[in-house]
Design a protein around this ligand. Sequence first.
Ligand code: HEC
Length: 288
Amino acid sequence: MQKLITASAIGLALALGAGGAMAAPDWSKAPGKKITVLYPGASPMEWILKGTEHGGARGLKKGESCASCHDEEAADMGKKMATGQKIEPKPIKGKAGSIPVTVQAAHDGANLYLRFSWKQPAGGGEKMDKDNQVKLAVMFEDNKIERANLSGCWETCHQDARTMPDAKDDKKTKYVKDGDVKAGKFYDLIQWTSKGAKHDGYVADKRVMEGGKGLVEAKGEKKGDEWVVVFTRKLAGGGEGDIAMAAGKTYNFGFAIHDDHTSGRFHHVSLGYTLGIDAKADITAAKQ
Ligand code: HEC
């Protein structure tokens, strides 16, 4: 019996060792893309699609993406909302309008690795989330939701969601119109928090922060004034609300940073981009 236990202990140690061998990729070989996340104010899809309010509504309906019009000016846009000049009824004093983030991706045939790095902007606002100075969430979409290729995470953002200015239901989360996880109509969602938690969920008819089996690890640290966050996610996914990723394919992708202890809608968000696995896209995860 003693022998058996020892043998299985060795087996376990070997298995763990093998797990450790899927070490992070060589990031110096993964080109970084600068993506500026902006403070969106209260700009739900209902606002985006209303031609009398949003200058881009008509272009979007014709098939132009948010990024095609706004990619270069994300910082200027964010400033308008952070200062309350536009669509933000509750501006936070000293809030950064935008944060430039370097995004890198790689894979090793089994796992996708995503690395985000950015400089901590000035803060000092109300501590809505006392536990976490920062949270970073990423959403992926498998080309099944209408317009997700144009508008990224914005498809999940609605005027009746909690923390929105006129919301009546303080439990209502993000959702996708006709969202249905069984029918594949969802955004896969992973999140890292600076306190050290990780979440693997999805957004379908509502936001769920669990059920996924794809997220292996979410690690972040602050070196000097720079945050570095790395996600390790099984390409195959495998859980509820996980999309299965494969080489040669591209996915819609966006991310958000809850900076300076914020929660709910008070985050900085990216426009929608594409992530390719060994495929040409805004960000390509090449095999290492
Ligand atoms: C065809 C081009 C076009 C597209 C596509 C487009 N927009 Fe716009 N957007 C504009 C214009 C023009 C304005 C008005 C800018 C101004 O006030 O002069 C604007 C304004 C905004 C603003 C208010 C801040 C500002 O700078 O005025 C936000 C937020 C915004 N757009 C977000 C989005 C999002 C999110 C999408 C995609 C879901 C999107 N836009 C798609 C052209 C576009």
